[in-house]
Design a protein around this ligand. Structure first.
Ligand code: C5P
Length: 249
């Protein structure tokens, strides 16, 4: 299957804190963003990768992967949705057509496994996946609480327990066709501009708002998004254990 990859990498990582945006934090064997790109680059069927960077990004161009013949960059926007949209427009400018598959993968996810990626691509070849698109996701394991207003101590009262049955956490990559995803994100950003509107935090939400029902493909709990410093520690452990497994094979 032929596909493009869009890597939104224009976030500032405010929840992570620190002087370096989280996608440029160091991990064993490379930076977070280098690990996020790695599973796609030797991959069969890849037509090209577009990385959406912050307007003031000077770090990406200095990385060896920036010279990879299949990797190009564009300037992202103020939200993830705008950055993805910029990436989709760059895919179109490189010859992508409306029915081409685009896999959107967070630059902050450095531990995507080859098997997970293969499972997503396999799902796209099923009739359901082919018509609705698909995303990696994980069933929620913990009991889920809804809270009231957060107090100054960071604690909050429970207002409800949300049954976890049928709840999933959305991971990336998320795969949709170039035309429908562009239309869905444009629609979502238009709605978000109205009073009380909210920008979707993933691509599937924009597709759902258009009436789509993307397929949830079970992913791996190791496919962590680096949001807080503890996630970086977890990612480092995952990557180190993979290197050790490869060494002992
Ligand atoms: O903020 P969050 O961690 O959910 O971001 C997910 C991904 O979206 C990250 O790779 C981040 O760099 C990207 N992003 C972006 N443009 C923004 C905000 C986030 O490309 N304006």
């Amino acid at each position: 299957m032929n596909y493009w990859v869009v890597l939104p990498a224009a976030g500032r990582g405010e929840r992570f804190g620190g002087p370096v945006p989280k996608q440029y934090e160091a991990l064993p064997g490379g930076l977070v963003i280098e690990h996020a790109l790695a599973p796609f680059l030797p991959s069969k069927g890849l037509r090209g990768v577009v990385v959406a960077l912050g307007a003031d990004d000077t770090r990406f161009a200095a990385l060896p992967v920036a010279k990879h013949p299949q990797v190009t960059t564009t300037t992202g926007g103020a939200s993830r949705a705008e950055s993805v949209l910029a990436g989709l427009n760059a895919v179109r400018a490189r010859g992508g057509t409306e029915n081409d598959w685009v896999l959107v993968h967070d630059a902050a996810r450095p531990c995507l496994g080859a098997e997970e990626l293969a499972a997503l691509l396999t799902a796209l070849a099923t009739p359901e996946g082919a018509s609705s698109g698909a995303l990696l996701a994980l069933p929620v394991a913990d009991t889920v609480k809804r809270s009231g207003a957060l107090g100054p101590t960071g604690m909050a009262p429970v207002t409800a327990t949300v049954p976890r049955e049928g709840l999933w956490r959305a991971l990336t990559p998320q795969a949709f066709c170039l035309g429908p995803l562009t239309a869905a994100l444009e629609n979502a950003l238009r709605l978000a501009a109205a009073p009380g509107g909210e920008v979707p935090t993933d691509d599937a939400a924009a597709i759902e708002a258009m009436g789509g029902a993307p397929l949830l493909v079970p992913g791996s709990p190791y496919n962590v998004k680096v949001t807080l410093p503890a996630d970086l520690t977890f990612a480092a452990t995952v990557l180190r254990s993979r290197t050790e497994t490869t060494r002992h094979d």
